[in-house]
Each structure stands twice: as structure tokens, then as C-alpha cells.
Design a protein around this ligand. Structure first.
Ligand SMILES: *[C@@H]1O[C@H](CO)[C@@H](O)[C@H](O)[C@H]1NC(C)=O
Ligand SMILES: *[C@@H]1O[C@H](CO)[C@@H](O)[C@H](O)[C@H]1NC(C)=O
Ligand SMILES: *[C@@H]1O[C@H](CO)[C@@H](O)[C@H](O)[C@H]1NC(C)=O
Ligand SMILES: *[C@@H]1O[C@H](CO)[C@@H](O)[C@H](O)[C@H]1NC(C)=O
Ligand SMILES: *[C@@H]1O[C@H](CO)[C@@H](O)[C@H](O)[C@H]1NC(C)=O
Ligand SMILES: *[C@@H]1O[C@H](CO)[C@@H](O)[C@H](O)[C@H]1NC(C)=O
Ligand SMILES: *[C@@H]1O[C@H](CO)[C@@H](O)[C@H](O)[C@H]1NC(C)=O
Ligand SMILES: *[C@@H]1O[C@H](CO)[C@@H](O)[C@H](O)[C@H]1NC(C)=O
Ligand SMILES: *[C@@H]1O[C@H](CO)[C@@H](O)[C@H](O)[C@H]1NC(C)=O
Ligand SMILES: *[C@@H]1O[C@H](CO)[C@@H](O)[C@H](O)[C@H]1NC(C)=O
Ligand SMILES: *[C@@H]1O[C@H](CO)[C@@H](O)[C@H](O)[C@H]1NC(C)=O
Ligand SMILES: *[C@@H]1O[C@H](CO)[C@@H](O)[C@H](O)[C@H]1NC(C)=O
Length: 415
């Protein structure tokens, strides 16, 4: 298979607040950070606007830390005094720090803005890590009451080819409900938009997706807003085929150590990471919030096929053979999972597997001649007796039961 590096662009809300800011000089106690304090208050005395000295070509710069395709820049202008000082300011976006970034390509020139107004400038995907606002050509003060930026993070994906975004059935340990009665349910994490999933505050909260198939997982990307509970540092991502203990018996594939809010967090996986369930588990007493989670992978084709006909075990065996298949053998968690996915849709309470007891030699064997090492027998349901065969339960944990082989059940054939 050919592996290729692909670029994918993902959109998020205001990305300015995660950045680092600086400006040409500071006066009147107006540090650069006030432009990204999340507050559009525009009266200077409200302590939410920046202020440089009166100087030639004053500037303010936002470092987004990563390269973005910037869609919009929204600027809130000062109110009650001096709103015309912004006239002629330029918005510049790029990756260069030449002349402090003031020579990067120009997104817009602000000819004028009303007092206290918030105006959005379209930058149409201009690429860059730095967003500058500079007043060229004259001696001036530069004051900004808020700068908001939207854009798409230029992600270098994990090593993967032909991956698709995966979907499935989600669940979580508890549902947070706000004062307005809105339930922050688990599926909000994989829906487009800015709604978040949110558990209650509890011990060991978790979120899980059932992909309803076995998938190779190459890449998971998580975006959380700046909400203080949105930091999921210390969470663990489990991927595998078991739902036992809420998925925590699967292997830990990521220990999240450096989570960034207001930005995409990418987790790449080895090509051999696969499973039906992905669990995000936070081992402490907390809320667990996930605003946008994207999962990329490819399906591992199942070798199994449910035959929805009612047959005795021997008839089932022959039916599969007639189709150049054989009755299913289950040798590991992955094959158990594929069988579980088929069994769910059977019309009988059990489905036959290729599992048989020989009362001559007194042991269980798979008809494909594979050793019975892996097992999922229901407690006390392994009955070593003549004319007994193994069947999987349609529901619950899909455990195995010994059944008299003249019973008629649906069955699973394997390629
Ligand atoms: C992709 O895989 C190749 C070889 O397997 C490796 O050299 C390269 O560093 C990987 N790139 C990324 C982004 O993981
Ligand atoms: C990508 O995957 C889809 C569906 O899994 C398949 O139909 C398509 O042929 C694949 N394309 C390539 C280039 O492998
Ligand atoms: C996932 O599947 C559900 C139900 O099938 C669908 O409503 C939803 O739009 C899908 N989400 C994505 C991201 O494809
Ligand atoms: C959370 O809410 C959804 C529906 O909104 C429900 O299906 C689910 O059972 C709830 N989960 C818990 C843990 O209460
Ligand atoms: C976000 O949640 C609100 C309130 O539950 C709902 O009205 C809105 O449709 C949701 N938006 C999306 C994109 O799911
Ligand atoms: C699974 O999660 C639920 C909800 O948080 C919890 O009550 C239960 O104890 C967990 N089960 C295990 C085995 O940890
Ligand atoms: C995650 O941390 C656990 C210990 O808490 C460790 O056993 C495991 O190997 C780590 N996994 C990864 C993928 O880093
Ligand atoms: C954490 O993330 C920041 C910003 O992306 C990065 O500069 C830093 O190196 C990361 N630290 C670790 C330990 O990965
Ligand atoms: C998965 O692949 C990595 C290297 O790509 C290897 O180190 C690791 O042992 C493999 N794990 C399994 C379970 O095969
Ligand atoms: C279950 O079987 C019915 C009847 O053959 C079929 O219409 C349906 O698509 C199947 N559902 C699944 C999930 O395979
Ligand atoms: C097979 O048996 C089940 C349960 O007894 C019954 O509901 C179903 O209709 C039967 N199917 C056929 C094809 O006879
Ligand atoms: C097993 O089946 C054979 C024929 O199918 C029958 O003769 C025999 O009595 C059965 N043995 C038991 C213990 O049911």
C-alpha cells in the first residue's frame, strides 16, 4: 500500500485567544493581551483595550503558534474617544517576522471604523502564523479593544492513505444538563458545530464511540473550546474490541499530556491500532468535555456473514460449505467482535458457530481445525456432552453456550 502525507483543513471558532501577543510599545497600562481577553468592552477605562505609545508605525502582533488558513479577523474599535486613530491600519498575515511581521501579505486596510464598532474582515484563507495590525506612514497610537480570528488549522495528517472520517454510536458516563434543560449528550462530540458533549462532575468520567465495525484508526483530532473544564490533559484514549469496564480493558493508545484548548489536538497511531470502540477516559474527579472529535481510519473487512435461516448445526455446516465457506471460527477478540456484529441481526436467540464437542476424544474443537484457546463461554454453559455444539447469544455480551445440535438457529459463515 502506498502511504502518503495529506493535508487536511479543519475549521474552528475564535483561534486568537490561544495565541501569544506583543506590540511595538505599551502605554497607559494597555498591554497587548487585552485584545485577546475575550471581552469586546470598548471604553478604555474598562481595562479591556490595548494602547501603544504615540510612535511612527505602531503595531500589534498575534502569534497563532501554528500555521492557519485565516478566514476572518474581527476588530473591535475604541469607543468614547479617539476612534479615528485606527484609520488606515492594515491587517497583515503570514509566516515572516521581517520588520516584526509588518511586511507579510495584506488582508485588509481599515479605512475607518465607528466608535465601539466590531468589524469583520474577510481574509479568505490567507496562510500564516502571525496576524499583525499596523498603522503605517504616520505617528499614532494604536488601540485595539478585541481581535478575533477564525481560520482553519493546516494539519499535517498522520501517516495514512485513503482514510475517511468515522461515525458511530456514542455514549458517555453521565450527561450534564444546564439550567435551561439542554442535555450535553455524547453525540455532540462528533457532530459538526460548536456544541460540546459534557459529563457531570464525577469520578472517572468517560466518553465512548462504538464504530459498529472493526477499524484501523490512524488519526484522532480533538478540538475543545477555551472553557476552563475543556482541558482534558491526563485523559487516556483506549482503542480496542472490548466494552468491558467501560472500554478500559483495551490498550491505552494515547496518554494526553499537552492538551491545547481553542485548537486541534492531533493523535497519530501505528498502522496496527484497530478496534470497534474508542474510549476517552479521564482518571480523576472531573467533568469530561469534548467539543469536536474527528476520527479517521479504514474499515477492516469482516470475513463473517450471517445467514438468516433456521438450521440444525449439521445443516448449517453443510450450507456454508456449499457456498465455499465454513462455519465461523473465533480465535481472538477481533473475530469475536465480527461475530458479535453479525449476531446482533439474527432472528434467533442464538447463532451457530463452527464449534463442536467430540464425545469420542472428549474435547471442543473448531471445524476449521483451529485450537480453542480464546474463549467466551457463558458461566456454566460449557457442557461437555455428545451432540453438543457451540452457539453465540444474540444479545448482551454475546457469550457462547453449548446447545443440542438439533436446535435450529441462524448461523455465521466465514470466507
Ligand atoms: C510516515 O512514515 C514514514 C515511514 O514509515 C516515516 O519516515 C515518517 O516519519 C512518517 N511521518 C509521520 C508524519 O508520521
Ligand atoms: C478509498 O476507499 C474507498 C472506500 O473505502 C474505495 O471505494 C476507493 O476505491 C479507495 N480509493 C483508493 C484510491 O484506494
Ligand atoms: C453519523 O451518523 C448519524 C446517524 O447515522 C448521522 O445523523 C450523522 O450526521 C453522522 N455524522 C457524521 C459526522 O457523518
Ligand atoms: C444521556 O442522554 C441520552 C439522550 O439524550 C440518553 O440516550 C443517554 O442514555 C443518557 N446517558 C446517561 C448516562 O444518562
Ligand atoms: C446545538 O445545540 C442547540 C441546543 O441544544 C441546538 O438547538 C442546535 O441545533 C445545536 N447545533 C448543532 C450544530 O448541533
Ligand atoms: C463504568 O462507568 C459507569 C459510569 O461512570 C460507572 O458507574 C461504572 O462503575 C463503570 N464501570 C467500571 C467497571 O468501571
Ligand atoms: C500511558 O500511560 C500508562 C501508565 O499510566 C502506560 O502504561 C502506557 O504505556 C502509556 N501509553 C502510551 C501509549 O503512552
Ligand atoms: C506542548 O504544546 C506546545 C504548543 O503546541 C509546544 O510548544 C510544546 O512543545 C508542547 N510540549 C510538549 C511536552 O509536548
Ligand atoms: C505495532 O507496530 C509497532 C511499530 O509500528 C510495533 O512497535 C508494535 O509492537 C506493534 N504492536 C502490535 C500489537 O503488533
Ligand atoms: C438485518 O437483516 C435484515 C434482513 O435481512 C436487513 O434488512 C438489515 O439490513 C440487516 N441489518 C443489518 C444492520 O445488517
Ligand atoms: C427462525 O426462527 C425464529 C425464532 O423461532 C423465527 O422468528 C423466524 O421467523 C424463523 N425464520 C425463518 C426463516 O423461518
Ligand atoms: C447423538 O446423535 C446421534 C445421531 O445423530 C444419536 O444416535 C445419539 O443418540 C445422540 N446422542 C446423544 C447423547 O444424544
Amino acid at each position: 500500500m502506498l502511504w502518503s502525507l495529506i493535508l487536511i483543513y479543519l475549521i474552528g471558532p475564535n483561534i486568537a485567544r490561544v495565541g501569544k501577543v506583543t506590540q511595538s510599545s505599551t502605554a497607559y497600562n494597555g498591554p497587548a493581551s487585552r485584545a485577546i481577553d475575550g471581552n469586546r468592552a470598548s471604553k478604555y477605562s474598562e481595562s479591556s483595550c490595548t494602547h501603544t505609545q504615540n510612535q511612527i508605525k505602531p503595531w500589534w502582533r498575534l502569534d497563532l503558534l501554528k500555521t492557519y488558513k485565516v478566514e476572518t479577523v474581527t476588530i473591535t474599535n475604541r469607543n468614547y474617544c479617539c476612534h479615528e486613530r485606527i484609520n488606515g491600519a492594515e491587517i497583515r498575515i503570514g509566516n515572516s517576522l521581517n520588520d516584526n511581521g509588518n511586511t507579510n501579505p495584506k488582508c485588509a486596510v481599515i479605512s475607518s471604523m465607528s466608535a465601539g464598532a466590531s468589524t469583520t474582515f474577510q481574509c479568505r484563507g490567507m496562510e500564516g502564523r502571525y496576524v499583525n495590525i499596523v498603522i503605517p506612514g504616520r505617528r499614532e497610537f494604536l488601540t485595539l479593544c478585541e481581535v478575533e480570528v477564525t481560520g482553519v488549522n493546516v494539519l499535517v495528517s498522520c501517516n495514512a492513505s485513503n482514510v475517511t472520517e468515522l461515525n458511530g454510536t456514542t455514549s458517555q458516563s453521565s450527561n450534564y444538563t444546564d439550567d435551561g434543560g439542554v442535555v450535553y449528550s455524547s453525540e455532540r462530540a462528533i457532530e459538526d458545530g460548536n456544541n460540546c458533549s459534557h459529563t457531570s462532575e464525577q469520578r472517572n468520567p468517560w466518553w465512548r464511540i462504538d464504530l459498529l465495525g472493526v477499524y484501523r484508526i490512524y488519526w484522532i483530532s480533538i478540538f475543545n473550546t477555551g472553557h476552563h473544564n475543556g482541558d482534558i490533559t491526563d485523559a487516556k484514549i483506549y482503542i480496542g474490541n472490548s466494552r468491558e469496564k467501560n472500554g478500559t480493558t483495551n490498550r491505552i493508545r494515547t496518554n494526553i499530556t499537552n492538551f491545547t484548548r481553542n485548537g486541534w489536538n492531533d493523535f497519530c497511531f501505528d498502522t496496527n491500532v484497530s478496534g470497534r470502540y474508542i474510549t476517552v477516559f479521564l482518571p480523576k474527579t472531573s467533568f469530561l468535555i469534548l467539543c469536536r472529535m474527528k476520527i479517521f481510519g479504514t474499515k477492516k473487512e469482516s470475513p463473517f456473514k450471517l445467514i438468516r435461516e433456521n438450521k440444525t448445526w449439521v445443516e448449517a455446516l453443510e450450507h456454508c460449505r456449499d457456498q465455499d465457506m465454513h462455519l465461523a471460527s473465533i480465535v481472538d477478540k477481533e473475530t469475536q467482535t465480527w461475530a458479535e456484529l453479525e449476531a446482533r441481526n439474527s432472528s434467533t436467540l442464538f447463532v451457530w458457530l463452527g464449534l463442536r464437542y467430540t464425545c469420542v476424544l472428549e474435547f471442543w474443537f473448531w471445524v476449521e481445525d483451529l485450537p480453542v484457546k480464546f474463549s467466551r463461554w457463558a458461566p456454566d454453559k460449557k457442557i461437555d456432552d455428545c451432540n453438543m455444539s457451540g452457539a453465540m447469544r444474540r444479545k448482551g455480551k454475546h457469550l457462547w453456550f453449548s446447545k443440542s445440535d438439533v436446535k435450529k438457529y441462524n448461523f455465521i459463515c466465514a470466507e
